[in-house]
Design a protein around this ligand. Structure first.
Ligand SMILES: *Cc1c(COP(=O)(O)O)cnc(C)c1O
Length: 396
């Protein structure tokens, strides 16, 4: 057992129970493909019986994420949405969820189009406004659903304040920690009950696997979630569990580099005359700057920014060379995405506009390229937007 809490985070990523296989000494977690396990006799069943219920490779990942999030039990699912949806299965007909308004598009779809069919109600609120949150509470409120920093506007919610409000009302707090990971923010330590992850993003980090994770602290809650994981059955496959385990080993160095670059790129964009707005909680002007500093190590590696209009955005996207233009985030390569038509396509246009997800907003997940190369790439693309604008003005 390596439960030495004096160890620093980056050491814990490598020095854990999975450092080597006790049987063979193998320095990589063995991939156990078996779906079923031989039992000794009618009375003595082993720890493992069927891989949906428990599998050694998946279990290794579940242990690692639980330790990193400072929980007691981790769960690995076939996607982030599978983790989130399974956690929502803790609710019953008539229950109510208070949920952040700029939630991930897939979670928005789950809550508005699936849970409603089962009689589970919701209210969207600006989670950064505690009064608005309080006003949304009903006697039937059972879950407060937080995403911080939020997607794509990087609004910062006070996890401690929401968690204590939830406790007062006998409700649970779910925190989607995909954007920061336990390297930068630990929601359970701030009072949350369930931490959720799309491990597809920073945790695995290489755009090569789809996976989800959940971690809890309370043992009773752990038992209920284990029951649901086995009942619903959206478990993570063993190859994918191994990929996430490998990705996690470099989480700290990847984030350290990406955050440094994100800070530099955010400052560049903030100064550029063709950029209307930059959303990054690492900038002093960001309304969540102080809170972010208080509850997380830094602001992370995702930012969003607004160009003058949709035409400028089209020209910019058409001229940018380095980032891939795609959905998703949290990878070694920088990813530029268009929330209105990608992550938030599931949200009706009116709802998007109301939340500030405009047709001229882009999100950037900063990877491991040299930040100066990205800045030069962006400079060139922004010059192109200016030239296009001049041409249009002259024609008009
Ligand atoms: C991607 C993402 C999800 C969904 O995860 P999948 O692995 O794609 O199912 C949930 N929340 C956030 C914040 C995400 O970025």
């Amino acid at each position: 057992m390596s439960k030495d809490h004096s160890m620093r985070f980056e050491t814990k990523l490598l020095h854990n129970n999975q450092k080597y296989d006790p049987e063979t000494g193998a320095v990589s977690v063995p991939i156990q493909h078996a779906s079923t396990f031989h039992q000794k006799d009618i009375d003595t069943f082993g720890k493992y019986d069927y891989s949906r219920s428990l599998n050694p490779t998946r279990e290794a990942l579940e242990e690692v994420i639980s330790e990193l999030e400072e929980g007691t039990k981790g769960f690995a699912f076939s996607s982030g949405m599978a983790a989130i949806s399974t956690a929502f299965l803790l609710l019953s007909k008539g229950d109510h969820v208070v949920i952040t308004e700029d939630v991930y598009g897939g979670t928005f779809r789950m809550v508005t189009e699936v849970l409603t069919r089962f009689g589970i109600e919701h209210t969207f609120v600006d989670m950064t406004n505690l009064e608005e949150v309080k006003n949304a509470i009903r006697p039937s409120t059972k879950v407060f659903y937080v995403e911080t920093p939020s997607n794509p506007l990087l609004k910062v919610t006070d996890i401690r304040a929401i968690s204590s409000l939830a406790k007062e009302h006998g409700a649970l707090t779910f925190v989607d920690n995909t954007f920061l990971t336990p390297a930068l923010q630990k929601p359970l330590a701030l009072g949350a009950d369930i931490v959720l992850h799309s491990a597809t993003k920073f945790l695995s980090g290489h755009s090569d696997v789809v996976a989800g994770l959940a971690v809890v602290k309370d043992l009773d809650l752990a038992g209920r979630l284990a029951f649901l994981q086995n009942s619903f059955g959206a478990v993570l496959g063993v190859q994918d569990a191994w990929l996430v385990l490998r990705g996690i080993k470099t989480l700290h160095v990847r984030l350290e580099q990406s955050v440094k670059s994100a800070e530099k790129i955010a400052s560049f964009l903030e100064e550029h005359p063709s950029i209307k707005n930059v959303h990054y909680p690492g900038l002093k002007e960001h309304p969540g700057y102080e809170l972010q500093k208080k509850q997380a190590n830094n602001a992370g590696a995702v930012l969003s920014f607004e160009l003058e209009d949709e035409q400028a955005l089209r020209t910019f996207v058409g001229n940018v060379q380095i980032p891939v233009f795609a959905v998703s985030l949290g990878a070694v390569e920088s990813i530029l995405s268009y929330p209105a038509k990608m992550s938030h396509a599931a949200m009706p246009a009116a709802e998007r506009e109301q939340r500030g997800i405009t047709p001229s907003l882009l999100r950037l997940s900063v990877g491991l390229e040299n930040a100066d190369d990205i800045i030069e790439d962006f400079k060139t693309a922004l010059t192109a937007t200016e030239q296009t604008k001049q041409t249009i003005l002259q024609r008009g």
